[in-house]
Each structure stands twice: as C-alpha cells, then as structure tokens.
Design a binder for this molecule. Structure first.
Ligand code: ADP
Length: 167
C-alpha cells in the first residue's frame, strides 16, 4: 500500500482547523500510520524543501527564504497517510499551490484564498495550510526524513474491506 507524507503547516495549527483537515483524509478511507507535532529546525526544513524538493531552482531563493521563515513560526503536524495511490490522491485533495486558483472542495481552496501576486507584493510565503509529497520518490525520501521506522504503524481499519478489497 502506498504511503505519503503531509505536514499541516503553522497556519493550520494556529487557526485550529487541524481536525477539519484530518477528517477529510479519514473520510476517504486513508489510514493515519504515523503522526507527531514537531517544531523543525531550519536545517530540517532545508533538507525537506531543497535537498528533496529542489525548491530554490523551482521557485527562487527569495520564496525559499520566506517560506522557511514562515514554517518556523510555529509547530507543524507531520503525518504519514496510507492508501491506494495515496500520493496523487492527497495532492488532488489539497489543491494547487496558489489558494486563489485551488478548486473549491480542495483543502487549500476551501480554507484559504491568498494569491501569488499578493504574496509576492508583500514578500511573504503563501500560507496554504498543508504540504504533501509530490511524487512516490519524494514521499519515500520525506517519510524517511521526518519519521523513524518504529514511529510508523501497521493496523487494520473498518475501511480496509471496502477501500482495499481486503477480506
Ligand atoms: P507545493 O507546496 O504546492 O508543493 P512548492 O513545493 O512549489 O509547492 O512550494 C512550497 C511552498 O512554498 C508552497 O506550498 C507555498 O507555501 C510556498 N510558495 C511557493 N511559491 C510561492 C510564491 N510564489 N510566493 C510565496 N510563497 C510560495
């Protein structure tokens, strides 16, 4: 079964909408196999966003710097979610990077509305509530970066029979 990594960002915790967001993942039958609240260091975020995510070449140094600053404004909730094609499913559920263009029904589209141009005008990172792995390879690297193997659990849920065709 496929696993993906999510981080509920400082804005999600400070707005106290963690429950509403996590409920969406439970509702589609995704399984929470790891979870912890953490306050990562700049070095840990560097590894996450640049070493794994290659963010500087994709978004530029300035966006990278403001995003690292934003991510350190408070703790985040790190989770590993498991399910069928979980990586692409969770990306679909969170919506596009820019909340203004994220579809209604997605997490970013339903809980935020800031635009790229507004963020760039004020030199701020886009508080879009959640990070999710962009590919299966990225998911493997991100899970290994944020979790020890003994923090990730295997168990059955009532969904398994219906979502995974298990007896
Ligand atoms: P995603 O989180 O959708 O995978 P990226 O990996 O490209 O997107 O960017 C990481 C994070 O950096 C985004 O989620 C957002 O918080 C922030 N960000 C990206 N591009 C911009 C931008 N142009 N202006 C401000 N913040 C940005």
């Amino acid at each position: 079964m496929e696993q993906t990594l999510i981080l509920l960002k400082p804005d999600a915790l400070q707005r106290a909408i963690v429950g509403e967001i996590v409920t969406r993942f439970e509702r589609v039958g995704l399984k929470i196999v790891a979870a912890k609240v953490i306050k990562p260091t700049q070095e840990q975020y560097y590894h996450h966003y640049e070493t794994i995510g290659k963010m500087i070449s994709r978004r530029g140094q300035e966006v990278f710097d403001v995003t690292l600053r934003f991510m350190q404004e408070g703790p985040v909730l790190a989770m590993v979610l498991e399910g069928i094609e979980a990586v692409s499913l969770v990306r679909k559920m969170i919506g596009t990077t820019e909340p203004k263009s994220a579809q209604p029904g997605t997490i970013r589209g339903d809980f935020s509305h800031i635009s790229f141009s507004y963020a760039n005008k004020f030199g701020i990172s886009i508080p879009n509530l959640i990070h999710a792995s962009g590919s299966e390879e990225e998911a493997k690297q991100e899970i290994a970066h944020w979790f020890e193997p003994n923090e990730i659990f295997e168990y059955s849920t009532v969904h398994d029979k219906f979502t995974q065709g298990k007896p």
